[in-house]
Design a protein around this ligand. Structure first.
Ligand code: SF4
Length: 243
């Protein structure tokens, strides 16, 4: 029962969506079918776009050195870094959700939070193909004024976000990284204190105050079969690796 509760807690958004569909299906079946069709349309679109984006992200991850990204988009890249992020976002193509894996990889490789905000925001609201269409339908004057005001807002937002959000606040451990940089970690909030991990690998885990703890620091490179099993069997999915 506990495990089901934790699973639901760990997938709150998905649980909420499924519950909404069930309620909608009971109260307004025709709306539920319409919503389901819309969702399927977007899922289909994502399945076409995301593989390309993930391949592109992996290529940048593998081929572009960390130092180059730090220099171009890092904390010390200054005004040039902001302009570069702005241009990357402006000349991008594809829906905004395609930008998230790219931006997360850039963050991990040294881009600053403010430059990521600039890139994401320009990608979302002022990329070139969008501006061309905007000018066609709403007129060049409308497009130009909106562009100027949006650009000013983007730089203000980037500054405020970089003050409020630090890189440590962003979870990075699901991104490919050097195995020696990833350390075994227990998310105490998720741990339900069942003690299973200590039984599977007593040389790695110990119970303290009803929570599992790691006895000595272990990197992903040093992972053994027992640790793999403990990660796999942990009912709360509380064991993993963190940079
Ligand atoms: S980390 Fe260990 S003690 Fe905590 S829930 Fe997972 S298996 Fe149980």
């Amino acid at each position: 029962m506990n495990a089901i509760r934790v699973k639901l807690k760990n997938n709150m958004f998905l649980t909420l969506v499924i519950t909404t569909y069930i309620v909608l299906g009971i109260l307004m079946p025709s709306k539920a079918i319409q919503s389901l069709n819309n969702s399927l349309y977007y899922i289909k679109e994502m399945l076409i776009i995301m593989p390309v984006i993930l391949i592109l992200t992996s290529l940048i991850e593998a081929w572009v050195p960390k130092k180059s990204i730090e220099k171009a988009l890092g904390e010390d890249s200054g005004f040039k870094g902001s302009v570069f992020s702005f241009l990357l976002g402006s000349f991008s193509a594809g829906p905004i959700y395609a930008a998230f894996p790219v931006c997360k990889m850039l963050l991990k490789k040294g881009a600053s939070v403010s430059n990521i905000v600039v890139m994401l925001s320009t990608w979302a609201v002022i990329k070139i193909p969008m501006l061309v269409n905007e000018a066609k339908f709403l007129g060049p004057k409308f497009m130009a004024i909106r562009w100027v005001l949006t650009t000013i807002s983007i730089f203000i937002m980037a500054y405020i976000t970089s003050r409020l959000v630090k890189k440590e606040d962003i979870q990075m451990d699901d991104i490919l990284t050097n195995e020696e940089e990833l350390m075994l970690n227990i998310n105490e909030q998720y741990c339900i204190g069942c003690g299973l991990c200590t039984k599977i690998s007593s040389e790695t885990f110990v119970m303290e105050n009803k929570k599992a703890k790691i006895i000595i620091e272990i990197s992903k490179l040093e992972e053994n079969e027992n640790i793999k099993t403990a990660i796999d069997k942990c009912p709360a999915k509380a064991i993993g690796y963190k940079k």
